[in-house]
Design a protein around this ligand. Structure first.
Ligand code: 5GP
Length: 184
């Protein structure tokens, strides 16, 4: 791989309810040349989610096979399901000189930081915990039990934000998008 052809890897994390998905979709609309890394997951699709677009939806068995075949750049278990970044599309797009965006949780992000130390890493936070809980409840896609588990996980994840190169507060989507663009 020649240095001048090498692309960039951008990792974006943000606990559930930070509005991270809205920020990322606005970012991709604004800069269509940025590539979104489609993760694999064992979680069931939410209404409107498309296989191969939002996620590649896999059985647990299939996911475990991919782990044993070393096919993930990183993977993690999150609130009872597996999520992982297939390595091949990442290597291909870096080789082709593209900038690829990984939207992943903290454990996976730390694996990427170790393997690719020059990755740009961005942690998105909500303006407050109250706002975050309000957003999560408003989404209405989780049971109370899952929601509590997501909130618990959120408090744990926020403690890890110092590992990231940048922390962006999603107080206003277009402002957060512009701040991220200024970093990449
Ligand atoms: P959700 O179920 O809300 O779609 O995702 C749960 C969490 O898993 C989110 O923080 C999301 O960013 C993260 N996630 C999505 N894809 C991946 C992945 O490939 N690897 C890791 N480690 N986390 C992921």
């Amino acid at each position: 791989m020649s240095d001048n052809k090498k692309g960039n890897l951008v990792v974006i994390s943000g606990p559930s309810g930070t509005g991270k998905d809205t920020v990322v979709s606005r970012l991709l609309q604004k800069r269509p040349e940025l590539l979104f890394s489609v993760s694999a997951t064992t979680r069931a699709p939410r209404p409107g989610e498309k296989d191969g677009v939002d996620y590649t939806f896999l059985s647990r068995e299939c996911f475990l096979d991919m782990i044993s075949e070393d096919k993930f750049l990183e993977y993690a278990e999150y609130v009872g399901n597996y999520y992982g970044t297939p390595i091949k599309p990442i290597l291909d797009s870096i080789e082709a000189g593209n900038t690829i965006i990984l939207v992943i949780e903290v454990q996976g992000a730390k694996q990427v930081m170790e393997k690719i130390p020059d990755a740009i890493t961005i942690f998105i936070v909500a303006p407050s915990m109250d706002e975050l809980e309000r957003r999560l409840r408003g989404r209405g896609t989780d049971t109370e039990e899952k929601l509590k588990a997501r909130l618990q996980r959120t408090s744990e994840e926020i403690k890890e934000k110092h590992h990231y190169t940048h922390v962006v507060v999603n107080d206003e989507v277009s402002r957060a998008v512009d701040e991220i663009l200024s970093k990449i």
